[in-house]
Write a protein that binds this ligand. Structure first.
Ligand code: SOE
Length: 397
């Protein structure tokens, strides 16, 4: 479903409605704005409507972020005939309801990660996406970091055989925004809203990224979850990651940190760590992959670099090479700045829009699909079960 162009010969329009306007809503808004300005898109996104419950809040956000109109319920947004795609940027407890309703109403869906709060919700979403796809209506889950150029290059190097057989997958997602025990109780620390803590919020990314880079999937896991601070001040107001404390205290109902070992189906050994207590680490996504022919290493805190070791080179001069991923030959980079002029966090969101719009225009199923989101959800659930039962847990193929 796309809109006829205003001007003959112009790209047809893609009318977007977004639900939620906090941190992720702002990141997605800038992506919808910048994608058509830097990339030649086959469909022209229009930022038609923004939905949020608070009339004044959503109106102010729409003005600030560049949306043409507002709705005070997601239901009203999904019911609108002039919306082709619904972008879901709400906490996880509403993903399933909104995404399924939008797909059933014939709207394409982009849904933030993790796909849902439970495997059951994710299964229902994947089933709805499969039914919708048969009608040409598509869904994508927002594992944005896949679109960091260095990550896309890492996947290409593995696919080209430059690492050989993969033996080790080492992945960490390290943040520290709640290491202070007085940091307020954000919705991200509430199981009813977020499903899980560090595990689902950031562990989901490294599960997706390592599977994306290696082209392999996790078969079984053995994990531990830990909550270091189990009660915190209630927030004065909802203000993303850095809200201020109000009066009263409430329980933390999710994990602060998750660690797990994993067997990949192809035989690689995986070691994963996701924590919000890595003091001094702000958004460090560290991935190292070792294969029979070479290795690669990445850290999001230095996201324009990919480190590559080619084990087939003469040992006298072989060594980890630091690839500055800013050449026009590198994935996505040619649309931006001259070599050496670096990209940042927000560009991944722009690239996500570019890929999604390209797939919708060509009728290709976008990736990562809701089925991919469900598979990650199954890995997360297996880590939780493993931590509860102190046993290895299998993930269905
Ligand atoms: C908070 O931990 C968060 O915003 C995640 O929810 C995002 O997915 C990640 O990009 C940055 O950190």
């Amino acid at each position: 479903m796309t809109t006829t162009p205003d001007v003959p010969g112009a790209a047809p329009g893609l009318s977007v409605g977004m639900v939620g306007y906090a941190f992720m809503g702002a990141a997605h808004s800038q992506a919808w704005r910048s994608a058509p300005r830097f990339f030649d898109l086959p469909l022209q996104p229009r930022m038609t409507a923004l939905a949020g419950r608070d009339a004044a809040g959503v109106a102010a956000a729409a003005r600030r972020l560049g949306w043409d109109s507002t709705e005070t319920s997601w239901e009203a947004l999904v019911a609108r005939d002039d919306i082709d795609l619904v972008d879901v940027c709400t906490p996880g407890d509403t993903h399933a309801e909104i995404a399924i309703a939008a797909l059933e109403a014939g709207k394409h869906v982009l849904c933030e990660k993790p796909l849902a709060n439970t495997v059951e919700e994710a299964e229902a979403m994947a089933a709805a996406a499969e039914t919708a796809a048969a009608r040409g209506v598509h869904a994508m889950v927002g594992f944005t970091y896949r679109r960091v150029p260095a990550i896309a290059l890492a996947r290409k190097l593995v696919a080209d055989g430059r690492l050989g057989t993969i033996h080790h997958v080492r992945a960490q997602y390290l943040q520290d925004w709640i290491v202070d025990p007085e940091a307020p109780l954000s919705w991200r620390l509430d199981k009813a809203k977020a499903g899980s803590g560090a595990l689902g919020d950031i562990g989901a990314h490294i599960v997706d990224l390592t599977q994306f880079i290696t082209g392999d999937t996790v078969a079984r896991v053995s994990g531990r979850l830990r909550t270091f601070v189990d009660e915190r001040p209630l927030p004065a107001e909802h203000a993303g990651l850095s809200g201020t404390a109000g009066t009263g205290r409430g329980p933390v109902t999710v994990d602060d940190a998750a660690t797990f070992l994993a067997d990949f189906r192809g035989g690689a050994l995986g070691v994963f760590e996701a924590t919000r207590f890595a003091n001094g680490r702000k958004n460090a996504i560290r991935i190292e992959i070792n294969g029979s022919r070479g290795s690669l290493a990445f850290d999001f805190e230095d996201m324009n670099l990919l480190h590559f070791f080619d084990g087939t080179e003469d040992p006298e001069s072989a060594g980890f090479r630091r690839i500055l991923v800013t050449e026009p030959q590198h994935p996505y980079v040619g649309a931006w700045w001259p070599p050496g002029h670096l990209l940042g966090y927000e560009h991944g969101f722009t690239h996500q829009v570019v890929d999604l719009v390209g797939d919708l225009a060509s009728g290709t199923a976008p990736s990562p699909s809701f089925a991919d989101g469900l598979q990650v959800q199954r890995v997360l659930a297996a880590v939780e079960r493993s931590s509860d039962t102190h046993s290895w847990q299998e993930i269905p193929a």
